[in-house]
Design a protein around this ligand. Structure first.
Ligand code: PMV
Length: 359
């Protein structure tokens, strides 16, 4: 794939109208992206599982914009949503150099999630990747040259990254790497790539998300990334992330679940430790988050079953386990963990095959 695939295209026919639509999944990072430089570039490479059930479905209709006409109308779950609309206007404006045609059209965007909007689940990865896919599809419709699949996904990942860093990783089946890594050929800070050199047991991994709290976070992810700039542990963290990437990749290739779990849990705890030792420090975990982590570790010690946790920038716990141990681990989650989540909320997910075009 050439780097020219990232360049803006020449557009031909400004009379075109049309509609495009994509369903795109969320993803869960195993090596975390925390800290950024210049325009949404990561301070370290990250790797994630692409999820299957937590998805955003977005349709976008476009027509040439007349003078004085509204630029963007946004509906979330059939309701007009001013706050999201504002964010999309900002995003489209920020893309004016990348996609110069954007200002020539007006848009109606309709979006919905498969997971409850208020569940405290990060929805920016699925939402921004679905939107980026729609934009790249329009670019294909109105441009003189159609991008082929590989270049199209690379471009969509690049455009998604500019909206939300982690969204860059939602575009590929099973696993994705974003950020230049010495361990992964063709990896880049500009966009994510598919990662497929993995043992088959990871292809059907489960990720059950226990919703410990659905309150709005006290510190947003973008503020958290910013705080890494003054964090005295930042250089050590970036060195650790590099080392952990090498170790995790070798566990993914060999199927070494013990090593996989050790690195994944270390990454989750490090992410939250970095928040606690920022200036000002803050805590996003809740008491029940810790109780769940302790219960997972003691269950694992007692049974030797491969069940592990990871955390996003929030209090909810992602419980990771291979499909081969599904029955025993589901029973454990139901009997020991579920009551620690808010109103018994759980989102059952698993590794998925990536986005799907529906219009
Ligand atoms: O994509 P952002 O800016 O919302 O940052 C996401 C950061 C984490 O979810 C905490 C880690 C990651 O790599 O997804």
């Amino acid at each position: 794939m050439s780097n020219s695939s990232l360049q803006p295209v020449t557009t031909s026919d400004l009379r075109t109208t049309g509609e495009v639509g994509w369903i795109s999944p969320s993803n869960i990072a195993l090596i975390k992206y925390w800290g950024k430089k210049s325009v949404q570039k990561p301070m370290n490479a990250s790797i994630s599982f692409t999820l299957a059930e937590a998805t955003t479905k977005t349709s976008l209709s476009f027509k040439p914009r007349k003078n004085g006409e509204r630029w963007i109308d946004f509906y979330f779950e059939e309701q007009k949503q001013a706050r999201f609309e504002e964010r999309i206007v900002q995003y489209f404006s920020s893309l004016s150099e990348e996609m110069p045609f954007l200002g020539d059209y007006s848009y109606v965007i309709k979006s919905s999630n498969t997971f409850p909007h208020s569940a405290g689940i990060a929805s920016s990865a699925s939402a921004m990747s679905a939107l980026a896919l729609c934009l790249c599809d329009i670019e294909n419709v109105i441009s003189e040259e159609i991008r082929q699949e590989g270049d199209f996904l690379k471009r969509a990942s690049f455009i998604a990254r500019l909206g939300s860093g982690s969204a860059a990783r939602s575009l590929f089946p099973s696993m994705s790497v974003w950020g230049k890594s010495e361990h992964v050929a063709y990896s880049s800070d500009e966009y994510a790539i598919a990662y497929s050199n993995i043992h088959e047991s990871f292809l059907s991994f489960h990720d059950d998300v226990l919703i410990v709290s659905d309150e709005k976070k006290s510190v947003s992810s973008s503020a958290g990334h910013q705080l890494m700039n003054g964090n005295p542990f930042a250089p050590v963290r970036y060195a650790q992330a590099k080392k952990n990437m090498g170790l995790l990749l070798s566990s993914l290739q060999s199927g070494d679940l013990d090593l996989f779990g050790k690195i994944v849990e270390e990454e989750a705890l490090t992410l939250h430790a970095l928040m606690m030792c920022s200036d000002p420090g803050y805590i996003l975990m809740k008491p029940n988050t810790l109780s769940i982590l302790e219960k997972i570790r003691s269950f694992r010690q007692n049974t030797s079953l491969p069940v592990f946790f990871t955390l996003d920038a929030g209090p909810n716990v992602h419980v990771l386990y291979p499909d081969s141990e599904r029955d025993k681990i589901e029973t454990f989650i139901k009997s020991e963990l579920l009551s620690l989540s808010q109103s018994n909320q759980i989102i059952k997910d698993h590794v998925g095959s990536g986005p799907e075009k529906f219009i």
